[in-house]
Design a protein around this ligand. Structure first.
Ligand code: SAM
Length: 217
């Protein structure tokens, strides 16, 4: 994603009450942020936010938190949220690097993690930065509930193959479901909400891969 510095981003994000400014303050207390005990699902690398906003509108009994590293990108998601006529009350946003995720959520606090079209970091020396690396799964292990899941979609086959391998080698997580052509796999595609990147790549004819990971029993 090409990044431009957008001067108004900091002001808009600061003024938006759904943007949580210091996520570490709420570690272990996210239920208070939403004023209910509903499960918490997060998306890491939410980009422009269409996916999470649609989920929040469809599932009022789940709390959603979108995480995005760049304020210029989060701005797009927040503006989309603010333009929505019936903006849902079950969504929050955090501008942060997911490497610090375990400083923001306590053990058992998150029920599902969505990773959509994550940056591929193609160079081998950057493999640890991939959001489906063993290093990141170790972070997810620190915050997910016992029956929590990680759902990952991408058009990038090398990144997907790497992710499947990481799970095969994991002592903690395993594959619960996997497809190399999501849009032609009816059981996994049922209720699928497309992200901005998914719309772009699938319209070009690229198959979309999806996996769901859960803890080993
Ligand atoms: N999920 C969106 C979609 O499918 O349309 C956006 C995909 S875009 C390729 C990946 C996004 O993840 C970018 O906005 C990027 O800034 C964000 N991102 C990458 N690494 C991240 C990290 N470590 N922490 C938070 N956000 C990250």
């Amino acid at each position: 994603m090409r990044l431009r510095n957008i001067p108004r981003a900091e002001g808009v994000l600061n003024d938006c009450k759904e943007v949580v400014k210091n996520g570490t303050d709420f570690k272990g207390n996210w239920q208070n942020v939403f004023n209910n005990t509903n499960p918490i699902h997060i998306e890491i690398g939410m980009g422009k936010g269409k996916f999470l906003l649609s989920l929040a509108q469809c599932n009022p009994d789940i709390n959603y938190i979108g995480i995005e590293r760049y304020s210029s990108v989060l701005l797009r998601a927040v503006e989309k949220f603010q333009e929505t006529e019936t903006a849902p009350s079950n969504i929050r946003f955090i501008c942060m690097d997911a490497a610090d995720i375990a400083e923001v959520f306590a053990p058992d606090e998150v029920s599902r993690i969505y990773l959509n079209f994550s940056d591929p970091w193609p160079k081998a020396r950057h493999a640890r930065r991939r959001l489906t690396s063993a290093e990141f799964f170790a972070q997810y292990d620190r915050i997910l509930t016992q029956d929590g899941t990680v759902e990952f979609k991408t058009d990038n086959r090398p990144l997907f193959d790497f992710s499947v391998e990481q799970l095969k080698e994991s002592s903690t997580f395993e594959l619960a479901a996997c497809t190399y052509d999501l849009h032609n796999t009816p059981d996994m595609n049922q209720g699928n909400i497309m992200t901005e990147y998914e719309e772009k790549f699938s319209s070009m004819g690229d198959p979309i891969c999806k996996l769901i990971a859960h803890r080993k029993s």
